[in-house]
Design a protein around this ligand. Sequence first.
Ligand SMILES: Cc1cc2nc3c(=O)[nH]c(=O)nc-3n(C[C@H](O)[C@H](O)[C@H](O)COP(=O)(O)OP(=O)(O)OC[C@H]3O[C@@H](n4cnc5c(N)ncnc54)[C@H](O)[C@@H]3O)c2cc1C
Ligand code: SF4
Ligand code: SF4
Length: 431
Amino acid sequence: MPTSPAPTAPTLARASDAPSAAASPLASSLAHVARGNTCAGCGACAALAAGKVRMTVADPGFLRPLQTAPLTPAEDEAIWRVCPGLTENVETEGRQDHVLWGPYVSMHTAWASDPEMRHAGASGGTLSAILLHLVESGTVDAVIQTTAASDFALGNATVVTTDRAGVLASAGSRYAPSAPLADLHERLAEHQLTGRRFAFVGKPCDAAAMAALREIDPQVARAVPVILSFFCAGVPSHAGGRAVLAALGAEEARTRSFRYRGNGWPGRATAVLQDGTERSMTYHESWGRILSKHVQHRCKICPDGHGALADIVCADAWESDENGYPLFEEQPGVSLVIARTALGERLLNEACAKGRVETGPFDVDDLVAIQPGQRERRRALAARLLALRIAGRPVPRYRGLHLLAAARQNSVRKNVTNFLGMIRRTVMRRA
Ligand SMILES: Cc1cc2nc3c(=O)[nH]c(=O)nc-3n(C[C@H](O)[C@H](O)[C@H](O)COP(=O)(O)OP(=O)(O)OC[C@H]3O[C@@H](n4cnc5c(N)ncnc54)[C@H](O)[C@@H]3O)c2cc1C
Ligand code: SF4
Ligand code: SF4
């Protein structure tokens, strides 16, 4: 990290802090992210420098920060410390710490007891059931989460939900860009005025940014006491979503809504056209054949597709083939639920005791077989990062993520293949 003038304590800026200047030199943090193309699109920088940085859609359809005014040294410094495109730091703090799956307290299979929620959820609706428990128990007042955008069928929107209807409407995975931290300064202003507290659910990189923000700003820790996340293989661009629509023969302008997953397990990618007719394809066809080919660069070098910095994480607990696709067509959903912190464990137990969530046993050793994509990316990462460094491409600074131990689970030959593959892709991109 380059040296910058001594920062004052970094906190989330208010929009009123924004100067009126329009053109400005890019902050060193954002310039570094842009050079490495390591933006994950979380939106934390837009909250840290509200009024000076905002999220926009950049080709081929990813959410990226646009800086419109000079940042103060403190804002730049805060982005260096929080941005998952620059850094990610995991502390074990006495917990079991699996080389591939990170620190955890317990692992179970789980599903929402509410059948409608279980059906609507991406896997077992477990995240939604826990979120609803958090609100109904008064642990938090509201949830910051992601749902389908009302004006763009393929897109996402960040919403604040407070009841079953809101949580249910946001259930299911949206394989498209989301920036759930971009409005965080507004939630913090609410917290200051009213004491309102929020649970946050986001991709692992969003969770990491939120956890880092809580480290540098105690007000964030008070306003957002619980972080939930899910396993994440990568975020596809809107171009990926458009390719799915094209394969379905659904014209985007005539598509009223689009559901990537959920409503069954794994649930079909479904476009509803303006005339009410539906076109759909399986998860294997949508994610496997199309969307997975459109993920951003940061996802290919992601050390944390498993949400190491959340309190509770969910994933698909399916039996899968060697490519990670379920060995069944459709059935009632089952999530894997990982309590990563003592708080997460307590909240999960409470949700079970209140009858919101049902759990079954799960053996951590089974994860290697049912999450092959995550396994392979973790093991390949050290070789890929080395290749990028040698090629002069900036990469994020990862700490506590056991990259070398994971690489040692691969043969030397496989590590060399991953290294050469990344070098080749980097050279081709330059050419
Ligand atoms: C981009 C992406 C990649 C994924 N990759 C994997 C994977 O590799 N392996 C795996 O096991 N599972 C993966 N999942 C997660 C999986 O699809 C389920 O979300 C997970 O099993 C939780 O299911 P659930 O039924 O408990 O959650 P639900 O009850 O359906 O709740 C889902 C929650 O996730 C939030 N959410 C949905 N989409 C987004 C988004 N784009 N950004 C931020 N928040 C969002 C919703 O607001 C909701 O709160 C991925 C999900 C996404 C969105
Ligand atoms: S990863 Fe997040 S914080 Fe970093 S530049 Fe991208 S949007 Fe901003
Ligand atoms: S793969 Fe990693 S970087 Fe990409 S969206 Fe998921 S958590 Fe973020």
